[in-house]
Write a new protein. Structure first.
Length: 164
């Protein structure tokens, strides 16, 4: 890991080596986010539609309240986004079984739109993994899984939400 600071390096103000390592990691995560946003920008779906369709891709229809809880969003935001997806034909709304509430599920068009939108993102992930040696890939994925779980727990520690 390269940690030598340059005058334009945002890490130049971090004196402690352990803090520098954490700051270097944050810098890399921010760089990854820039690349992720580039992938999102090229997507055929907007972020809200992608997030909603991804959640519903597990085959379980959900109420607006359940969607809001699962995505950790305000219900008013979910209401607006789900109704926009409904108007676009990406999701369908029906009366829930055994409940008074309406549930949302993806339409065939919504499922296809999600598949199409994720193809490019999956290709980018494949290319990134191919930059690693075959034996490094599994180790990297295992470490990434553990890192994301711990990061999620830390990120949601005070909010009462799980790290998922």
């Amino acid at each position: 890991m390269e940690t030598s600071a340059t005058p334009s390096d945002p890490l130049r103000h971090v004196p402690d080596a352990a803090q520098r390592q954490d700051a270097w990691l944050l810098n890399q995560l921010l760089r990854l986010d820039v690349h992720r946003r580039a992938v999102d920008h090229r997507s055929t779906l907007g972020t809200a539609d992608s997030r909603l369709l991804w959640l519903l891709s597990d085959g379980r229809a959900r109420t607006l309240r359940e969607i809001a809880q699962d995505l950790r969003l305000e219900q008013s935001t979910v209401n607006r986004q789900a109704n926009a997806a409904l108007a676009a034909g990406l999701v369908a709304r029906r009366k829930g079984e055994g409940s008074a509430g309406m549930v949302f599920s993806p339409t065939p068009e919504g499922k296809q739109a999600l598949d199409d939108a994720t193809d490019f993102a999956l290709d980018c992930c494949t290319r990134g993994l191919q930059a690693l040696e075959p034996e490094e890939r599994q180790r990297f994925l295992g470490m990434l899984r553990r890192f994301i779980a711990a990061y999620g727990i830390a990120a949601h520690a005070d909010s009462g939400a799980g790290g998922g």
